[in-house]
Design a protein around this ligand. Structure first.
Ligand code: NZQ
Ligand code: ZN
Length: 381
């Protein structure tokens, strides 16, 4: 096991009806004038918006609001949010929604206290200061409710990039599984896929003998594999939703990654299809990750044997990968980049988006160069 630092200070309020604590939690974490930030309207349709506003009013928290964070959230709304925070003297941001609303809120939080262009943070500059962010989560997927990251698309340049900084971990996150019962099946499945791949990016590591972390990973994977079909079959299944929701947080606050090298090649290759074809993040991973597995398992089979045996109760790398693909198909995920509208001719621009060259590799389980990435996209076509 490698040396590591781990600090995951988010306060979690988990369970039925917990959104009613939003106002009190904002106050407890120092918010006096907040920006209420959300997505495209699901929270109004479900009645969640009204309950959150009632809770804020009850606690005497003043707020400005900005909706419209779209899946694969974009930079133009972040600029708008930054302006609004400055104009309204906002000191806290409450994101209500999924990874997109949360990531947009985090980018606004960093940009509002920065003199330069917030996009600097998505071009390699670390985030050291941001307004505090609180979360009410409505989908189990991205793990942004406990992560120090934000992912934003610059719609002018078609770049989807991430940034990170410990100050971006939400100060609190409210996780009510009931809120996820209104999710469309496709979003439930894409969310579960994202959760699985957050674990796999950390599980496929060359660092040996990190048994505790491996076993936590396998517990999260097994839980998602068991609970996702149950949630799809009966969207109101509270217990299935609850297990998936908590698994999604554990998958990405880095509990599954400490003490070893991590890979992240599948995520690096999934952002291009989202940037160019607006592919849902989890769906892009469902296509790219098995293609990555097929290529790298030949070069480095060691962890794939364990994956097959402990996660899928089968033997051999190929059988493990096949079982994973069968699961993805059964929950309704796509299996080809063509399903997003991509064609073979798009491969060079996807490779360029990854930012890999013959002398610049990425990934760590197997180091990939531009021709490996091209091969993986071909397999994913
Ligand atoms: O916008 P609304 O109307 O709310 O609709 C959303 C959206 O259309 C809908 N939805 C969410 N909760 C719902 C609901 N519909 C009905 N009932 C509910 N309870 O679902 C759609 C997807 O929402 P979104 O927020 O985009 O989903 P997700 O949580 O998967 O977030 C995806 C984004 O997170 C990024 C992804 O790249 C992508 O941009 N990620 C962020 C990470 C991080 N910050 O740590 C890590 C991840 O790897 C990922 O990259
Ligand atoms: Zn992800």
């Amino acid at each position: 096991m490698l040396n590591f630092s781990f600090c995951s200070p988010t306060y979690f309020e988990f369970g039925k009806g917990t959104e009613s604590t939003a106002g009190a939690l904002v106050k407890r974490f120092g918010g006096t004038k907040i920006l209420l930030h959300y997505g495209g309207g699901s929270i109004k349709k479900s009645g969640l918006y009204d309950r959150v506003v009632a809770s804020l009013k009850e606690s005497g928290v003043a707020f400005a609001e900005l909706g419209g964070a779209q899946p694969n959230p974009v930079s133009s709304l972040v600029y708008e949010g930054i302006e609004l925070c400055r104009k309204e003297n906002v000191d806290f941001i409450l994101a209500v929604g999924g990874g997109s609303a949360i990531d947009s809120a985090k980018a606004i939080a960093a940009g509002a206290v920065y003199d330069g262009d917030f996009w600097d943070f998505f071009s390699g500059k670390g985030v050291e200061k941001a307004l505090p962010v609180g979360v009410i989560l409505t989908i189990a997927a991205a793990g942004s409710e406990g992560s120090p990251n934000s992912v934003i698309t610059n719609e002018k340049t078609n770049e989807k990039r991430g940034c990170g900084g410990e100050c971006l971990r939400p100060v609190f996150s409210i996780l009510n599984p009931e809120l996820t019962q209104t999710l469309p099946a496709y979003q439930t499945a894409a969310g579960s896929t994202d959760i699985i791949v957050h674990v796999l990016e950390r599980y496929f590591s060359n660092t040996k003998e990190v048994e505790i972390t491996d076993r936590i990973c396998e517990a999260v994977l097994k839980t998602i594999i068991y609970e996702t079909p149950r949630a799809l079959e009966n969207p109101d299944n509270y217990e299935a939703r609850a297990n998936i929701l908590w698994a999604g947080m554990i998958a990405h606050n880095n509990l599954c990654g400490v003490g070893r090298e991590q890979d992240w090649a599948s995520h690096g290759m999934a952002h291009g299809p989202s940037a160019f074809f607006d592919a849902t993040h989890g769906a892009a991973l469902a296509v790219v990750c098995p293609a990555w597995m097929k290529l790298v398992s030949k070069a480095n089979p060691f962890k794939f044997e364990q994956f097959a045996e402990r996660v899928w109760d089968t033997k051999g790398a190929d059988a493990g990968i096949a079982a994973f693909e069968k699961f993805l198909k059964a929950i309704g995920m796509p299996s080809s980049l063509k399903e997003f509208g991509a064609a073979e001719a798009d491969i060079p621009k996807l490779v360029k988006h990854v930012g890999v060259g013959d002398d610049k590799t990425f990934g760590s389980y197997v180091k990939l160069n531009a021709s490996d990435v091209t091969e993986i996209y071909k397999l994913a076509m």
